[in-house]
Each structure stands twice: as C-alpha cells, then as structure tokens.
Ligand binder design. Sequence first.
Ligand code: KIV
Length: 535
Amino acid sequence: MNTQPDRIIIFDTTLRDGEQSPGATLNMDEKLTIARQLSRLGVDVIEAGFPCSSQGDFEAVRQIAETVGVEGGPTICGLARAKKADIETAAEALKSAASARIHVFLSTSDIHLEYQLKKSKSEVLDMAEEMVAHAKSFLDNIEFSPMDASRSDSEFLYQVIERAIAAGATTVNIPDTVGYNTPQEMGALISGIRENVPNINQAIISVHTQNDLGLATPNALAALESGARQVECTINGIGERAGNAALEELVMALHVRRQYFNPFLGRSRESEEPLTRIDTREIYKSSRLVSNLSGMMVQPNKAIVGTNAFAHESGIHQDGVLKNRQTYEIMDATSIGWTNNQIILGKHSGRNAFNSRLQELGYELSETELNKAFLRFKELADKKKEITDWDLEAILSDEIQQAPELFRLELVQVSCGDSARPTATVTLRTPEGEELSDAAIGTGPVDAVYQAINRVVNVPNQLIEFSVKSVTAGIDAIGEVTIRLRHEDRVYSGHAAHTDIIVASARAYVNALNHLSATLRQGNQASNLSAHQQN
Ligand code: KIV
C-alpha cells in the first residue's frame, strides 16, 4: 500500500461531526441526498455516521454504504468507540460498501483519561491495540484517532500511535478536538509524530481540526505542510460547537495556491496536477444543499460560499474588477460552480425540464416526491413569473424536510394590524390522524401562530432562533424561515419556504416540532450519545 499519496485525501465528516451541530439533525432522505452530492463532489471518504449511537445512525450508514458506496465511489466510513460492540455494529452497517473503513477513536489526554475514561495510560495503550486489531478482523481499512491528541502528553501519544499502527491502523488521525492549537503548533505536532513514531510510514497521517478559535482551516493546512496527507472537514464547516475545517476553504486554498503547496507534496512548483480529487464546480451546490437541509445558514461573508464572497461594494474595487477581474479577485466564481442564479424555469416548463434541473442541483426524487414537488412548482409559477435555482432549492428542501411528518399543518389564519391584537387560528392533523384546531393571541402574528400550535402539540420548548430571508429579490419572492428551538438540552431546527411568510413560519415551526416529537417517540436515549461521550 502506498502510505504517502502524492495528493491530499479529502475525508468528509458532514454527516457525522457536521450532524453533531446543535439543531442540525438530518433525516434519512436528507442524509442520502447529501451523501450522493458528496460523491459527485469527489470526496475520497464519507464518514456517514456513528452506527452504534442510534438505530437511525446505523440505518443511515447502512443505506449510504449500499447506495453511494458503490464500485469506484467514495470509501464509506463509520465511527466507533474503542469498544467491541461499537466496532461490530460499524462493520455490520458498512457490509455492502465496495470500499469501507472503520474509524476507531480513543482519548489520550490526561484530562480525558482521568475524568471520562477513568483509565490508566497502560490500559489505554492496550485498548488501542486490542480494538484496532478487532476492527482489523472485519476490514483492512482502519483509521485510528487518539482523541484530544493536541492536549496529550506527546511521548504517550507517540506510543499509542505506534501500537495502533502495529495492530493494523492504516490511517492515524490527529484530532485537535477542542480547537486549541495554533498553526505552528499543529505543524510541530505532525512533525513530532513523523520523527518519533518508528512505524509511522506504514500509515497515512490525517488531521481533524475544530474551529473553536477560528483556526481549523489554517491548522489543517499547516499539518499538510508538515506531512499530513488526509484532512477531515465538513461542508460549510458545520460541526460540534464552532464547527470543523470547511471543505470548501481547504480545497480552494489547495487549488488557488497550488504553486505554494506543490513542493510540500514533493511536486515541482509549476505542476498543474490538482492536489485533490474534488470537482470544485460542485462546491457551491454542495454548500447550498447542506445549508438548506441542515438549517445551518451560511453567513454572507463566509469564505468561498457566502453570498458576499464574490461581491464588490466599494467604488474602487468595482472599477478595478470592471477593468480586469484579477485586480480584486483571486478566483473565478464559476470555478466553484457559482451561477448568476439565472432564471431557468417558468409557468410553461414541463415535468421533465423540472426534474432534470433538480437532478443537476443534486436532488434525486422518488416518483411521489417528484409529483409533490412539481405541484408546488406549478403553484409557485402561478404566483411568481420567473423561477430560479434558489426557488427550486427552497421548494425542495421544504418538501424533503417534511419527513417525519407526525403533525401536519392543515390551516393557518391570522388577523393583525396596528390597531388589532394579533390572533391566530391553526388546524393540525395529529400523528393519529385527528384534526385539532386552536387559537391564541400573541405579541405579533408569528407569536400568535406559535402559541396556537403549542396549544395543539403540547410539548414544552423554547424558541431560540427565528430567521426569515427572501430567497430572491422582488416583491413576489419566496420567504425562507429557519427556526431553532430547545427542548431539555437538545436543539431542533425547522425550515420552510412559502411566498406567505406567516405560512412559512408556521410550517417551519411544525417541522421543528416534528423533529422533536420523532426523537421523543423513539425514546431516543441512544441518539443522545454523541461521539464525545465515551463512558
Ligand atoms: O473531535 C474529535 O476528536 C473527533 C474524533 C472522533 C475524530 O471528532
């Protein structure tokens, strides 16, 4: 096996660490849709979930392995604690992937050993070796992560890595779990490992950088300069707390600054060969898809994929760009697949044109879903003359997100104004098929609607975020509403789109309550188990 590839391996963990973003829970259809897009994007490895954490995660990894992990497709990876049951469950979920990997993690820092694992260093050394060997009995491709590596005693870290490689780990991933390192420290950590772990050449070095200090991307790049050959990242940088290194930032840094990075990979500065296998033209589409489905909005000034990333406001910049784009632009917006959001469909467009555009945008719908979405499209086309890609994405994310549809909004009516008390009436169909109506007065129309819905659904929750944005310009634009609510210590998000923002607000709320109710129904203790709970 070539352990030192001459390109960078992109390990995407949007569906595992990304899904650990508070409120970003994705249902099965959403996960499959994202996995298919990641495959089109060209990622090398998809970490599809943590199979032992819940039945839902197991099923997602199993289905992604079966449908996306086909011959010639990406490697499908499942996360596992250093426990036999986790490893066996991951192996089972990954069974049908043409190329599969088990990712075993185990803490190595003093603080984790003392408070979480309650194990001695010698016990951890034995566990690492035994569990990697156990994983190896199922698959050849094994990744091992010493969790909290960046705060671990380096001599101990070297020993754990050596034992894991000796037991069969083919990739060793070095996590900066709490986002504590600076780029120089990250580089030195990787160099130290290369110099002090005798069998390091038998494995690929990977890094997993968290963004707590906003350094995830520079830390990952510094690690690559020191010899790491795999980076773990997520679309839009979503993930636990402040998130992970953003795939689009890493890939575009390696693309735009290829001449700078080439020598670190032993290439001549001038080499034109891409440093990753990513099809950069799929980046923008992937970003919008993940944002729409996860409800994690992208800030306008986000590098590469923010709506302002290629906008020039100051007169001097505009003047320069008009004369020669390169005066103020280091990359071409089209290289990430950014389009001018051109008008593509209208009232007279047929079902085939509609479907083929959806497929180009990354959505593959079943016959029933397509029928529903087409109906929505026709309704919209009656109200809005010009339908853009962004309108289509809004309709689609709305349709896909409706599942699990436990409660269904049948009617919403409000009366409000500067001299009226905002009052709302709603009718909901319950999971048992009963139609229930109620009414409430609120401080505004949305508050009134939410109070009326609460009276029917009757699950205590706290609304912690409400945002409404217009999908396109123009008075007839679709309004997209994203909300996040908290129940006990978990956050659930909801998303909906409609030309009437009160309807969109009501649907987004019902959508979030459906996510919440589904979790309650599963009695979902297991799904609360995040990758960071090891005991
Ligand atoms: O942050 C972390 O350490 C992780 C590991 C499981 C790689 O997510």
